[in-house]
Design a protein around this ligand. Structure first.
Ligand code: FE2
Length: 211
């Protein structure tokens, strides 16, 4: 899905990739990046200061009663250059809350509380999905802001690890943040019967080198 959800820039280089594309379309129910693309690797973005290792595997990053608009982050992980979905890839995800604050910045607290942090694993078709709330933008200076974004580390046994950030479309601060390149802006799909879904497909190079 590179621009980024599953169908935008990906070109179907072979029948398997075409099948993956169709599956992705069915899964996403939204025009995705996979359909459009060239399967080039997802750009990296800085890790930033708020990452904590060893987050638990979860189905939701938020908790009951946590304020904010519920959304889901979903998509697929593909390898490059084969452009095949990768099962068993791990996405290590962290984000600010709805007001733009990161929780649990001290290691002692993190051991007991990983609110808005968690890992998910792709299924046999390379898909992932996790519930959360829409993260708020946050100020980084007198007149500078980080637009709404979700941090993600993606890894897998045959993949070169990736650290990046996925941005939510429509944030007024997007255009003033040089990190928020268009290829890292997901596709937000509203649903009448549930939370909006932020779709994003990750493409990682095949290999074993360190990030
Ligand atoms: Fe951040």
């Amino acid at each position: 899905m590179p621009r980024r959800t599953s169908m935008g820039r990906r070109k179907s280089r072979n029948p398997a990739a075409a099948a993956a594309l169709l599956a992705s379309l069915a899964f996403a129910a939204a025009p995705g990046p996979a359909a459009a693309g060239d399967c080039s690797p997802t750009p990296s973005n800085p890790q930033g200061p708020f990452y904590l290792p060893d987050a638990p595997f979860v189905t939701a990053l938020d908790r009951e009663g946590e304020p904010g608009e519920r959304i889901e982050l979903a998509g697929r992980v593909y390898n490059e250059p084969d452009c095949e979905p990768v099962s068993g890839a791990v996405l290590d995800i962290w984000q600010a809350n709805a007001e733009g604050h990161y929780y649990n910045l001290e290691a002692a607290a993190a051991a007991a509380d990983y609110l808005f942090r968690g890992r998910v694993r792709t299924d046999g078709e390379g898909r992932f999905r996790v519930r959360t709330v829409r993260p708020g933008p946050y100020r980084t200076g007198p007149s500078s802001w980080r637009p709404s974004h979700i941090h993600v580390k993606v890894s897998g046994p045959t993949l070169v690890p990736l650290t990046t950030q996925v941005y939510l479309p429509g944030d007024p601060h997007l255009e003033r943040d040089p990190l928020a390149v268009p290829l890292l802006v997901g596709i937000l799909s509203q649903r009448p019967d549930g939370p909006a879904t932020l779709f994003f497909d990750f493409v990682l190079r095949t290999g074993s080198e360190k990030p």
